[in-house]
Design a protein around this ligand. Structure first.
Ligand SMILES: [Zn+2]
Length: 151
């Protein structure tokens, strides 16, 4: 580490000054020099521990990045899972969903959702109350929620 060698050089300079100062009888100068040497030694120790801590943090970040790459975190909302671009994903099998279905029925509740091509199940899109929700409306809400949270 470059910073450690800078401090090591500074310590070497201080000890050379100490040697030269043996000929100097000024007590204040000698005291200041002793203080400087102590401060430098302390700074070197603190730096070493910071470098160690930094290396540990680097390792943690690398591990977390690896975890994120292997396991992408999909948000679950409105009965669906959503990828990073807010495309719908089947919560049962993880397949991407296409062609939303919305059928308004007069007597029975409306039908809203997807026929999953991955597992063959019907995936319902519903709001917080469980009422059928058009996929477009759900996606718009997802987009506005994210816009709100990043602002
Ligand atoms: Zn599925």
């Amino acid at each position: 580490m470059e910073i450690i060698s800078s401090v090591t050089n500074a310590i070497a300079l201080a000890s050379r000054l100490t040697k030269i100062s043996e000929n100097i009888r000024d007590a204040e100068f000698n005291n200041l020099l002793a203080d400087l040497s102590l401060e430098l030694a302390e700074a070197k120790m603190k730096m070493a521990s910071l470098i160690h801590e930094n290396a540990e943090l680097h390792e943690k970040v690398n591990n977390l990045e690896g975890t994120l790459k292997t396991k992408s975190l999909h948000v679950y909302k409105f009965g669906l899972k959503w990828d990073e671009q807010f495309n719908p994903i089947c919560p049962h099998c993880g397949a991407h969903l296409a062609a939303p279905v919305f059928v308004v029925q007069r007597i029975r509740p409306s039908i809203s959702g997807f026929n999953c091509q991955g597992c063959g199940r019907f995936v319902s899109v519903a709001d917080e109350d469980g009422s059928p929700l058009r996929f477009k409306a759900a996606r718009n809400q997802m987009l506005s929620l994210t816009a709100g949270s990043t602002a």
